[in-house]
Design a protein around this ligand. Structure first.
Ligand SMILES: Cc1cc2nc3c(=O)[nH]c(=O)nc-3n(C[C@H](O)[C@H](O)[C@H](O)COP(=O)(O)O)c2cc1C
Length: 186
């Protein structure tokens, strides 16, 4: 598949089976991610891979505590969208997915957030190439999670990527037409 075919096929997945993917496929995706451009070529990304069930369950417990507070406070259009999509504070994917990949940014680097999210984009397509799925999960209570997983100093948690094989029946969502998002100046 070429890059456009991979991008078109990729979708967020929140339901995983318990088949453990080869760790080499995840390392492959991280090797792709590290080729992303970054401010000052600082390469401010750090990846942490967790597969231990006890640790995954603890992370789920911490995240769901934050989600409960988030759902209690959410209202208006965001709440309507969450309800329509069938989302709740429950995050089964954090314990069901065989792997949780934590991605951190080195806060001292210039444009660290932008650079790390670029690398995450690369990573998502590389996972797709290997037939793997994920969800870019951005938890509500970063501090509590960071305290638990204890990254090196000055590394900020950007996202948790549960990784595995999809059993999610959700469709690929529609994208805007190219005419709506591209202005070619004459
Ligand atoms: C920066 C960012 C943060 C996101 N945070 C979450 C999240 O916390 N939980 C979740 O279930 N999905 C999250 N998503 C996934 C989006 O909801 C999803 O990408 C979007 O609905 C489009 O669906 P698709 O990826 O299947 O095309 C996030 C996506 C991005 C890019």
């Amino acid at each position: 598949m070429n890059i456009q075919e991979l991008a078109k096929k990729r979708k967020t997945v929140r339901k995983f089976n318990n088949v453990i993917p080869p760790i080499e496929d995840i390392i492959y995706a991280i090797n792709v991610a590290k080729e992303a451009p970054s401010g000052k070529n600082d390469q401010p990304w750090l990846f942490m891979l967790i597969s231990n069930n006890e640790e995954k369950n603890k992370i789920r417990e911490i995240c769901e505590k934050g989600e409960k507070a988030f759902y209690k406070n959410s209202k208006g259009r965001l709440r309507e969208w969450l309800d329509k999509m069938g989302f709740s504070w429950k995050k089964e994917f954090l314990s069901d997915a065989p792997y949780l990949l934590f991605v951190f940014s080195y806060q001292i680097s210039p444009f660290s957030k932008e650079s790390v999210w670029l690398s995450i984009g690369y990573l998502l397509l590389a996972l797709e190439e290997k037939g793997l799925s994920t969800v870019t999960y951005t938890p509500s209570n970063y501090n509590e999670i960071t305290n638990f997983i204890a990254p090196p100093e000055n590394y900020k948690l950007e996202v948790i990527l549960p990784i595995g094989y999809s059993i999610d029946p959700k469709p690929k969502y529609e994208r805007k037409n190219i005419d709506e998002i591209l202005i070619i100046k004459k």
